[in-house]
Design a protein around this ligand. Sequence first.
Ligand code: EPS
Length: 372
Amino acid sequence: MSDNSFGRLLRVTTFGESHGPAIGCVVDGLPPGIAIAPEDFRQDLERRATGRTRHTSARRESDEVEILSGVYEGVTTGTPVALLIRNTDARSKDYSRIAAQFRPGHADYAYWQKYGVRDPRGGGRSSARETTMRVAAGVIAKKWLAERHGVRIQGWLSQLGAIVPEGFDLSVVEDNPFFWPHAEQVPALEAYMDALRKSGDSVGARVDVIAEGVPPGWGAPIYGKLDGALAAALMSINAVKGVEVGDGFASVAQSGSEHRDVMHADGFQSNHAGGVLGGISTGQPVRCSVAFKPTSSLRLPVEGLDVHGDVVEVVTTGRHDPCVGIRATPICEAMVALVLMDQALVHRAQCGDVGEVPPRIPGEPAEGSKKR
Ligand code: EPS
């Protein structure tokens, strides 16, 4: 059984545990000729990393990428690209107390029931550490999508606990540790997180991602739906409990006349569909929204069970995130990028000869044109 790979023509496999010697990935199916250097990974890995602000886990990994294969003289050769990051700051003794216990709300118990054995150190495979390699693989996909198709992918934190943005400016997202789109609220978020950390509790969050410049035609009907692939990929991130595409669950309360995105020659007049109709991209921005649950590794004591079924007090020590969603923005972007690149390659394989079919409606109304 293998459940550590995803994608059809662009196939990504990740491996490694949080406290093992290394984590890594194999990215197979990359077209030849993509320029890749170890420094290309730095920016997105830093955006995702722990230990960079007081609001995330204090574990400090250097996250240096080694390119082991598939790249010659700076470009991909078409053979599998293997990337490796060595774990350098694991502190496994923090886990000795809970090694034979189950943390309520954690994957511990489910892994135990499935495999009859588990690696408790740092959460093993269920650790957010695994997402590092998704981001590394996503860097290559983002680069190819931008260079080849002009696709730009940007995420932001759209909810922290009950707090929602009171303004929206994507240009400030990279200037604060929360990827928050409203700069004036950042001090309030800092204060909220400081109080939460002090309390020992955790909270959930929501991340939105938009991909602009996606041409029409990516995805497929029925079992190959682009929104289905996005949902599966985003849901595969540890701690994710919900995914929406476009208006998602808000569509339930909308009328058809409100939800339909009216088409004019100068552009779609709205984007309730999130850029996907019938499982296929329309040329509108592709919009996803992802719900992260609150971290379950808490130092607040709770009654639980150990592996013998005895009642125990569970207290998790270690360097945990009070809100794992805070650093999930680059992870969600990476998963969207990997899905889109895979879909682009699949579309090219089947429909590469179809070309542009008229009328091609711009994704958004032209600058200055009014909604009619
Ligand atoms: C994690 C627990 C912490 C985090 C880790 C995810 O690790 P540790 O138990 O070693 O202190 O630091 O995240 C990362 C190391 C990372 O790179 O994302 C967990 O239980 O999920």
